[in-house]
Design a protein. Structure first.
Lengths: 518, 518
């Protein structure tokens, strides 16, 4: 099924076929140049659509039938509803009821709320998932229970795959907090407001058929037009597309852990000492508890030194909005809106701009925004002594996280990964990551509570912090210290069966996830 | 060269090949359904572009060379600079200097300022033009002096042709009033501000290579991002891209001619009597002198009756802006910004929305905005007794105008063409139009200073104005009256040589323009 296995440029054995399709093993950074042309979806005529612009149909089932739902199709969804999504599961409930089999679910991410999908994986409605599998679905897949092989991509990689025709979406189902009957839609208004809808841009541009599902149908014309009705086939009105408190969830709280706060402080101090925080600098800090703390430290440093940032990118939170409104940041380039304050900010702040994955992350475009970001703060489940990072599996081999924008933002000018030296007495820094999601050449600094390791390739950074009182150490020293405390970690027990492939931003295969031995 | 000649569904003899490419004769309204997939331009990698996002090169010549300018390429430009365009001629000046031959110029429209292009048509730099040829270029082509055959398309037809891959743009050159070094650009700010840049949307999305030329280079990020830098190869900074007073020109003055004012008043009264002007109605009136007068009459009727329009679409002018600011119109859906007041309005009025040709006019999209417009006011050089319209040639056969959005807006709910019964003693209503640009089935009402003819197909409209004191007459009566005054018009003296083809909105050939006998 998976062709032959070959060793790729980062020494991982990967298949040459996935789900019966040829794939290219990772060739090394910047080594794979794309050939051919972007994908073009089928052409339709406006005569096939209602002249009054009213594309509303009675139900999701009717819409799916109208769009020709049938065996083997690829159905895409976005994750702007996050853990409050009430639409994705419904699609497969309908499909299962209709007896449609072997679908591919192609979400931009999945959440614990998607656990019911396991039922449709079990009854044959869904063959496999291509996309992040956070939590329960990841566990299910890790245990080898999914029929086909999963494919994990970064946000930018997902755009690339759609654009380049590696994944052809038959039906895109777009949950939209506000829509008009023509299908012009946005995420900024309505009871299920989620902010931007940038993850759905590729879907609605390149899918054969597009269904907008909304719980806030307004009169034409709907502005802003994040989703352009000219691409939309049907609009479905439902009671609720999401659970508001889970859409803009409470995950965005600053850490209170003393260790994490220390890591955050060390990260910010490193950036200050290394001259990364300068007037007009640009940053992407993320929305985890430690990341938020780092953002806060940045904010303090900026105020102290009278420094203004050009833009903050990635996910937006109330903390970034505060910086914008205080004039510390000129723009928020928002690819994902994490809390209600940020949703409101989009409505009121002209400097709070909704951007798309194409703008920020597409590796197969004529440049993108990430390479212009001065400092990117990322997480990881594991880092190895070659600075390679893992974000999808835990050290026991279970795949519990998606890649998100992680691979894409590795192209920032300074990539810093603040991590605890160990979690639950399992070292984070190790000889070899369980799954290699990004090559160490792109990771510049690892910050732990017990020291900071700078990638030896970054002699410029090492020079800049030389003489500072920062606890600069080698990555090997950090690893040794972790092992001294926790003991040498055991290798996970894994089968040979591949349950998922991890794609690099250029569409090549950088690693695989294997079935856990149970 | 042009294959064999066949008669199409509107009785015009058209070729089956143009410039060596197969074409499809017009099959009748809604009869041609597209097959296949949209075009996808070549894929590039972000590694091929500067990581600092700075794509600025020293000159247009350098940019064209970098983009591989060579023989036979198709070079596109937009016409948002209108008669003040300082960029288009420069491209071919460079090409001519470099000895590049047989280019195709693919502008969204041309203006008198493009007369120097004749030099490059003569020296072989340009083989032919695909696009509107207003004024001098049209005259040149009409006299058979262009090597290849011209192809005329509506604004929407141009988008369709690009999207469907009928025209593959090798290099799009986009004059942009404001741009950042990454190529994000807009038309709203800068010394050459022109409003929206909607005509360039298809170009920058589907072209192989894209060059942005600006006289207002600002720091990244440039907002609004009408042009998305991820599609852009190079940015060129020049002193001036346009002559401001000719970009937002003085063409937008209300007519003072008593006859035209009468026509305008009759048109507005017809709309009122026929119940077209109702609360929440939508309209597109255009920017000619008579059209502006009609808009003014609409405005008065609306104020008198306390009526509010949902949107005004098409070109925006100070008069429409006034309606918006008075609260008579909820939205302006702006596809072209005709005067400085409108440019300023985009900056200050949230209800003044920049829309693209894709939104408004693309016939091969999943519906578009035109079918939702209650009343469309259009012009014509000739109308025949079958209500067929001509907008590109004069009655002497000279091709002096482009199609613009004319064909596209024929799909509005009520299409009204106000025209004088004769111009320079040449009847406008005739037995047969010199060039058939739009089928009479789509034209509902002809308003002249001596009477109003309603298309007999529109019995509903005829019923509504029955009993009013409007001068309703048959189109034959109007024709006869014109001929009584001016005499029976002579047929133009035309050669058999085809100088240009006129495409319908679906890409089929509806008519041809023949060489004038000189």
């Amino acid at each position: 099924m998976n062709g032959k296995m070959v060793e790729n440029a980062v020494g991982r054995r990967v298949p040459t076929q996935i789900n019966g399709e040829e794939v290219i093993p990772f060739k090394g950074l910047g080594k794979h140049l794309p050939k051919g042309n972007r994908y073009g979806p089928p052409i339709y005529s406006s005569t096939q659509y209602p002249p009054d612009g009213n594309k509303v149909v009675g139900s999701l089932e009717e819409a799916l039938k109208k769009c020709g739902l049938s065996h083997g199709m690829t159905i895409s969804t976005h994750h702007h509803m996050r853990d409050g999504d009430l639409v994705s599961n419904e699609i497969f409930k309908v499909a299962s009821k209709l007896g449609v089999k072997d679908l591919v679910w192609f979400p931009s991410a999945s959440f614990p709320c998607h656990e019911p999908i396991t039922e449709y994986l079990e009854d044959g409605t869904i063959d496999h998932i291509e996309g992040s599998m956070n939590g329960p679905l990841g566990r299910f897949v890790s245990e080898g229970k999914m029929k086909g092989t999963g494919v994990l991509r970064s946000h930018g990689g997902r755009y690339q795959a759609i654009q380049d025709g590696e994944v052809k979406i038959d039906i895109a189902v777009i949950a939209a907090p506000t829509s008009d009957p023509f299908g012009n839609a946005n995420g900024v208004y309505g009871p299920s407001a989620c902010g931007g809808l940038g993850y759905a841009l590729a879907d609605h541009t390149y899918a054969d058929r597009v269904i907008v599902v909304t719980d806030n149908l307004i009169e034409f014309p709907c502005f802003p037009m994040h989703i352009v009705g000219n691409y939309v086939d049907c609009v479905v009105e439902v009671d609720r597309i999401g659970i508001p408190e889970k859409i803009v969830s409470g995950t965005t709280r600053i850490t209170r852990s003393p260790d994490r706060l220390l890591i955050a402080e060390l990260t910010a101090r490193f950036c200050e000492e290394a001259g990364i925080i300068h007037d007009g600098f640009t940053f992407q800090t993320g929305a985890g508890g430690t990341s938020l703390a780092i953002g806060n430290f940045f904010h303090k440093i900026m105020k102290k030194n009278g420094i203004k940032a050009k833009f903050a990118s990635g996910g937006s939170t109330q903390f970034i909005v505060e910086m914008l409104e205080e004039g510390c940041v000129d723009y928020i380039l928002d690819a994902q809106t994490f809390d209600l304050e940020s949703v409101k900010s989009i409505r009121r702040n002209p400097g709070h701009k909704v951007t798309s994955i194409f703008n920020c992350y597409d590796y197969h475009s004529k440049g993108n925004f990430t390479t212009m970001i001065d400092v990117v703060i990322l997480g990881a489940t594991e880092i190895d002594v070659g600075f390679n990072g893992n974000v999808v599996t835990h050290s026991d081999g279970y795949m519990l996280h998606g890649i998100g924008g992680w691979q894409n933002t590795l192209f920032g000018k300074n990539v810093i990964i603040p991590v605890p030296l160990f979690r639950d007495r399992i070292p984070v820094i190790r000889d070899r990551v369980t799954t290699l999601c990004g090559p160490g050449e792109l990771v510049d600094v690892i910050v732990t509570e017990r020291g900071i390791a700078v990638n030896p390739r970054r002699t410029d950074l090492l020079d800049k912090v030389k003489g500072s009182d920062l606890p600069i150490r080698s990555i090997e020293e950090l690893k040794d210290e972790a092992e001294k405390i926790c003991g040498k970690p055991r290798e996970p027990e894994l089968d040979d069966d591949i349950v998922a492939a991890v794609k690099w931003v250029d569409g090549t295969v950088i690693d695989v996830v294997k079935k856990v031995g149970i």
